[in-house]
Design a protein around this ligand. Structure first.
Ligand code: HEM
Length: 500
């Protein structure tokens, strides 16, 4: 037998063994046939530009539970709300506490058990969640911060309109064309950095200067850090971690130089730094061994908070502006609600009580997310033990992926799911109740998004301020998208002018 024949025989035997194992696998579910070694990755890359539609097509073809192979790892893709209900259980000893176990990749990102997202240890995870609980209370989430950053945005937009605006035919007011996406990102990046580390970066003014003076000044390191985080394109994770470590060290020095802890600003970074120390400003958040966190642990948390807290709300807002701009009846209802809650005029101080009255705007935010999920296309959970959920057998040690668009676009749970109709989220006794397990806006159960309250507060406030002060006319026919680990709105051209 020649070397070539030997080689071909080995390959054929390998393929036969692969498909033998595949066809006798335990608990088979339908799904596209995988290839040896790569599984369904070739199809994934082929559809990576529109991963959401591909998942949607697959769930229409194979049903509410189907399997996909990423390399040799089998994923059960789930869009049956009965399974979601059990998997998203809020109990602490849930079989589905772990999100992912692909430890190698995560170690590379130096995540391990730091932070929340990839944390597999219930104790250290619970410890970090306590910080979010404290930070997200109205006392600590200061609306003035959002208000002040909006005032900056308003100043720059008004200058742009004044200096670069034109009178279009039939228009009484000057208007100017802008790309909304960078403004939205800079707004959320600035507020998140202020809320996290009380650090003002002047991102809006830098962006304005770049537009108006047409100068391509290089980003300073603060901007670069946030850009790398926002665009989720950071191949150089070491650079990002080092930046965050320097920020932590800087703040540690300030804390050491202060005698009275009452002088410390209550922000996320200071809380993480002082927990379990004599200058504790967390009012007693403790871990098992009452030890302070290391700089590296804190830096990982800071990177995670900023990476989760900027891109998702910024993206959500861009999609909302797009949908509202294409549904002027919705815009009118938004304005009506603003006038109902705040009266006429555009100078008002927003309070938490006001925000709780903005039911229609809340419905618009939810609807924007029903149609276009800006977070990852799937939400992961790992089954530690085997389980039976109604007719479905869930094998042990299996990676589950809740197929968010499979749920959101399912006509069994949503009437005309592709239509932008915020009213479906308004309370109405004559309408059937929404199946909460078919709506995965902030995920669910124990690991539901801890930034939910902050995100809703920011979005409601910003939508109120934007639509009360400006007319936002969408120019882009379809928002241009960038698909990497999530679907991002890359560009959204709009025309803005002041609302009189
Ligand atoms: C519109 C804005 C946002 C959306 C749509 C969103 C959505 C989500 C979703 C779907 C998850 C997964 C939940 C699950 O597995 O059940 C998640 C997790 C998470 N989010 Fe958000 N999020 C938003 C804003 C924020 C903000 C502002 C922060 C930080 C301040 C944040 C921090 C996190 C963290 C740390 C996790 C991991 C939680 C854990 O594993 O325990 N998110 N988010």
């Amino acid at each position: 037998m020649s070397i070539l024949e030997f080689f071909v025989t080995i390959v054929i035997l390998f393929i036969l063994k692969f498909y033998y194992d595949y066809f006798i696998r335990s608990t088979p579910y339908p799904g596209p046939l995988p290839l040896p070694i790569i599984g369904n990755l070739h199809q994934y890359y082929y559809h990576s530009n529109d991963f959401l539609s591909w998942l949607h097509q697959l769930s229409s073809k194979y049903g509410d539970v189907f399997e996909l192979y990423f390399g040799s790892c089998r994923y059960l893709m789930i869009s049956d709300p009965r399974i979601v209900e059990k998997v998203m259980s809020p109990v602490k000893d849930s079989n589905y506490f772990v999100r992912v176990t692909a430890k190698d990749g995560l170690e590379e990102l130096k995540k391990g058990n730091n932070g929340l997202l990839f944390n597999m240890d219930l104790n250290s995870w619970s410890y970090i969640r306590k910080f979010f609980k404290v930070i997200m209370t109205p006392n600590n989430l200061k609306l003035e911060i959002l208000n002040n950053v909006f005032q900056d945005l308003e100043r720059y937009w008004n200058c742009l309109i004044e200096k670069h605006g034109q009178f279009l035919i039939d228009e009484q007011e000057k208007s100017v064309e802008i790309d909304f996406v960078p403004w939205s990102r800079k707004f959320f990046a600035e507020t998140m950095m202020l809320l996290t580390a009380s650090k003002k970066l002047d991102l809006l003014s830098n962006h304005y200067n770049r537009i108006i003076k047409n100068f391509n000044n290089n980003h300073d390191s603060n901007e670069e850090f946030l850009d790398r985080i926002i665009l989720a394109s950071d191949c150089n994770i070491t650079w990002t971690r080092n930046y965050a470590c320097d920020l932590v060290k800087e703040n540690r020095k300030i804390i050491e130089s202060i005698d009275d802890k009452e002088e410390l600003t209550i922000d996320i970074l200071n809380m993480l730094l002082t927990a379990n120390t004599s200058k504790d400003i967390t009012r007693g958040i403790s871990n098992d061994n009452n030890t302070p966190m290391t700089d590296e642990e804190i830096a990982d948390n800071v990177v995670e908070i900023l990476s989760e807290g900027i891109d998702s709300p910024a993206n959500t807002l861009s999609f909302i502006v797009y949908y509202v701009g294409n549904n002027l009846d919705v815009e009118k209802l938004i304005i009506d609600e603003i006038e109902r809650v705040f009266g006429h005029g555009s100078d008002f101080n927003i309070t938490y009580e006001d925000l709780s009255k903005l039911e229609y705007i809340e419905a618009v935010i939810k609807e924007g997310n029903l149609l276009r999920k800006p977070i990852t296309a799937t939400i992961s959970r790992f089954s530690e033990k085997s389980d039976q959920i109604d007719e479905y057998k869930i094998p042990s040690s299996t990676q589950l992926a809740i197929n968010v668009m499979g749920l959101h676009m399912n006509p069994n749970y949503w009437e005309n799911p592709k239509e932008f109709n915020p009213s479906r989220f308004l309370a109405d006794n004559n309408k059937p109740e929404i199946n909460k397990n078919a709506f995965m806006y902030f995920g669910g159960g124990l690991r539901m998004c801890p930034g939910k309250h902050l995100a809703m507060t920011q979005l409601k406030m910003l939508i109120t301020l934007l639509y009360s002060k400006y007319k936002l006319q969408v120019i882009t026919k379809e928002p241009s998208l960038q698909n990497n680990i999530n679907t991002q709105c890359k560009e959204l051209k709009i025309r803005i002018n002041c609302r009189k």
